[in-house]
Ligand binder design. Structure first.
Ligand code: IMP
Ligand code: MG
Length: 174
């Protein structure tokens, strides 16, 4: 069908649910005051974000960003522009940017630069997975679901050529 098959389940649905519950608690206590805007980076974060916000027990708003890379077509150039810009006001709010996986960190660098210009009250990153090879990332990832193996992962929102996003678990590919 698409040439590649699932090799190994890295985190099953039960393990993910438990970790997302813990993250929800961490986030709820990290923001005792102020307005919280949870900003999902599409498309990869869509399932994680849906589960995560239901585990956060303080008031919040949800919006999304869609970023497109341009420039060098062969690799993540780090030049991004927003093709969907959040309609929600960012100024003065606690912004929590939710990402599926941090790989090189180039996308995140640019996006964080762009979002800081909107003068949020605070700006932090929550990533489901972190490969810890992001030597170029100059922002800390405050909330991390799992440290990721240096393999290509799919499922629970992550894709390979738009496939596998619907899998309820995170898996590596053959
Ligand atoms: P970065 O700019 O190199 O950090 O790229 C991050 C983006 O690349 C993520 O939001 C994913 O969309 C994609 N990506 C990186 N590694 C993987 C992976 O293992 N599986 C699926 N997508 C990945
Ligand atoms: Mg992708």
């Amino acid at each position: 069908m698409n040439g590649r098959a699932v090799k190994r389940i890295v985190h099953d649905a039960e393990v993910i649910a438990r970790r997302v519950g813990e993250l929800g608690e961490e986030i709820s206590t990290a923001y005792p005051t102020g307005q919280l805007l949870v900003l999902g980076l599409l498309k990869g974060s869509f399932i994680f974000l849906g589960d995560l916000v239901r585990q956060i027990t303080r008031p919040l708003q949800v919006d999304f960003v869609v970023a497109a890379s341009y420039g060098d077509q062969m690799q993540s150039s780090g030049h991004v522009r927003l093709i969907y810009d959040p309609e929600t006001e960012l100024e003065g709010k606690h912004i929590l940017l939710v990402e599926d996986i941090v790989d090189s960190g180039r996308t995140l660098n640019q996006l964080m630069d762009l979002l800081s210009e909107r003068r949020p009250g605070s700006l932090e990153i929550c990533a489901l997975l972190h490969k810890h090879i992001a030597t170029e990332l100059h922002y800390p990832v405050k909330f991390v679901g799992f440290d990721a193996p240096h393999e290509f992962l799919v499922g629970y929102g992550l894709d390979h050529a738009e496939n596998f996003r619907h899998l309820p678990y995170i898996a590596s590919l053959q």
